[in-house]
Design a protein around this ligand. Structure first.
Ligand code: NAG
Ligand code: NAG
Ligand code: NAG
Length: 163
């Protein structure tokens, strides 16, 4: 019985140990950077002593509802940033990572394609089909980072890089 009781906390305990090792490694990296004239030691210590330690990014299924929402926000942001007559929307999510940072930060590798919906009409992207006319089809490969704070109903597109 005692052995069984003792074993229960082993999982989380070893996880903590792993995290501590990881943070130590990070600290070492920072010190190396510092020696090489990178971020100062103070900067590193400040980050390491943060009350909220971010988790490491983890792979998440590309059909996860949170991923799909983040992809849609990416497309909306893309549309806000372009002068195209047509709206674009996410056509394929190639890879998704999620990290816990005071909420969730999604990192997406996705394709965004031109639809037949005109921007001026403000339709819901759900109803927009992709262009089939070959002169109008266009797809961008994008990387985006979308930060979601569920308890504040806040969604921010932190990074959006397309080519
Ligand atoms: C870490 O931060 C807390 C509060 O922000 C402070 O009390 C503590 O002394 C700090 N620890 C180190 C090692 O700087
Ligand atoms: C796009 O722009 C509209 C109007 O300016 C704004 O309401 C909306 O929040 C923006 N969306 C994104 C994802 O930036
Ligand atoms: C495709 O789009 C081009 C440019 O708008 C247009 O000139 C052409 O007629 C379209 N082709 C078809 C088959 O709709």
């Amino acid at each position: 019985m005692r052995t069984a009781r003792y074993r229960v906390p082993l999982g989380p305990a070893s996880h903590t140990a792993t995290m501590q090792l990881a943070w130590t490694l990070l600290a070492c990296c920072c010190l190396v950077l510092s020696a090489a004239g990178g971020p100062s030691k103070d900067f590193c210590l400040q980050n390491i002593n943060s009350s909220v330690k971010p988790g490491f990014p983890k792979t998440i299924k590309t059909n996860n509802p949170g991923v799909l929402k983040a992809a849609r926000h990416t497309a909306e942001r893309f549309n806000n940033c372009t002068n195209d007559i047509f709206l674009f929307k996410e056509s394929h999510i190639n890879r998704a990572l999620v990290q816990i940072v005071k909420g969730l930060k999604y990192m997406l590798d996705l394709d965004i394609g031109r639809t037949t919906c005109k921007k001026t009409r403000h339709p819901s992207l759900d109803k927009c089909d992709f262009q089939t006319n070959r002169t109008l089809t266009q797809t961008f490969s994008c990387y985006s980072e979308v930060w979601v704070v569920p308890w504040l109903h806040k969604v921010t597109v932190l990074v959006l890089l397309c080519h």
